[in-house]
Ligand binder design. Structure first.
Ligand code: SF4
Length: 337
């Protein structure tokens, strides 16, 4: 994206915010709910059903780009189970968006190389040191592959981060994961395991009590003070300490400045609120209309899903969340150790 196009997108966002108008600035496209793993904490693959074709995803990108989208994220399930994922991501890049993708790293092989130049940032799932990661993922060898994918993405010059879903299986290993991220030269993000992936009201894994989460927030702060590459902004850690009432969905910017397009074409504020209202399907009414007519999330206790919280904080103009996003966009934090 040229500096001029970036400036134009930001001016458009500023103008929308000034008059309180919604704008689909940042959109997550869930390419599929299918996954090659069956992780301990995730029931997303059970939702696998209809999926839009690559042409439909590209049409959605064009429409939302014209309506103000500047950031396009791609996720799943496992996004790379779709062989057309590079084509769709490349379309978003050519349309002028900043692009990122979440993946479990199993299928990155030659794909990452093909995505060099079209993928700005890659976020890899890392659940712990090797025995923990492979156990949680229920797939021996998955740790080795994710580490190889991280090294490859770094070598290709992509901005790289890890995301760790924290539960009783790895809460004691956070320091090791942060140190590993430091040695690999990537940002490390952590988020607590929610009980249901599609229902914010179901809350967190029962082992993640408010006291446990407050302690996790303290530990992450100490790790940052030691110079380790903790990606979470102070605002995210503040919300962790408020568990189980992280925020209020009714006050969240999901549905106003960021949104999610589901594999079947539904346009929703976020996957955790996707079942709480009657949303529109972009295939039927167009994606811009489905965004602008989206019902706002009802009052609720919010969530601690790292990318959603950080994005909400950015649109709340939280200076440290904005600074963290700018650092990420600039590339990797540099290796330690
Ligand atoms: S806080 Fe925002 S992103 Fe999180 S569940 Fe509520 S509406 Fe969704």
């Amino acid at each position: 994206m040229t500096a001029l196009a970036k400036a134009r997108d930001l001016v458009r966002l500023g103008a929308a915010r000034a008059v309180g108008r919604a704008l689909p600035f940042s959109v997550t496209f869930i390419l599929t709910h299918r996954c090659n793993f069956r992780c301990e904490y995730c029931e997303i693959p059970e939702r696998a059903a209809d999926e839009m074709s690559d042409a439909e995803f590209c049409a959605a990108i064009d429409e939302l780009r014209a309506a103000g989208m500047a950031r396009a994220s791609f996720s799943g399930g496992e996004a790379l189970l779709r062989r057309d994922a590079p084509r769709i991501v490349g379309h978003a890049k050519r349309a002028g968006c900043f692009t990122s993708m979440n993946t479990n790293g199993w299928r990155t092989g030659n794909v990452l190389k093909d995505m060099s130049g079209i993928l700005d940032m890659v976020v890899l799932s890392l659940d712990g040191p090797e025995p923990v990661h492979d156990l949680v993922r229920r797939r021996p060898g998955s740790y080795a592959r994710v580490i190889a994918a991280i090294e490859q993405a770094r070598g290709l010059g992509m901005s790289v981060a890890t995301i760790t879903v924290v539960g009783p299986w790895n809460v004691a290993r956070i320091e090791e994961i942060a140190e590993l991220a430091g040695s690999l030269g990537v940002w490390a993000y952590f988020q607590p395991a929610h009980e249901e992936c599609f229902d914010a009201a179901a809350g967190l894994h029962p082992a993640l009590t408010p006291a446990v989460l407050a302690e996790v927030a303290d530990r992450l702060e100490r790790l940052r003070a030691r110079g380790l590459p903790i990606g979470a902004s102070p605002g995210f850690l503040r919300r962790l300490r408020r568990a189980p009432r992280f925020h209020d969905c009714a006050a969240c910017h999901a549905g106003r400045y960021f949104a999610t397009v589901m594999p079947e074409g539904w346009v929703v504020p976020c996957h955790l609120t996707s079942g709480t209202a009657k949303y529109l399907n972009g295939r039927e009414v167009g994606f811009a209309r489905a965004f602008f007519e989206m019902p706002h999330p009802r009052a609720g206790d919010g969530c601690a899903i790292s990318p959603y919280v950080e994005t909400d904080l950015i649109f709340r103009l939280d200076p440290r969340a904005i600074a963290a996003a700018l650092r990420r966009g600039d590339g990797a934090p540099g290796r330690s150790g």
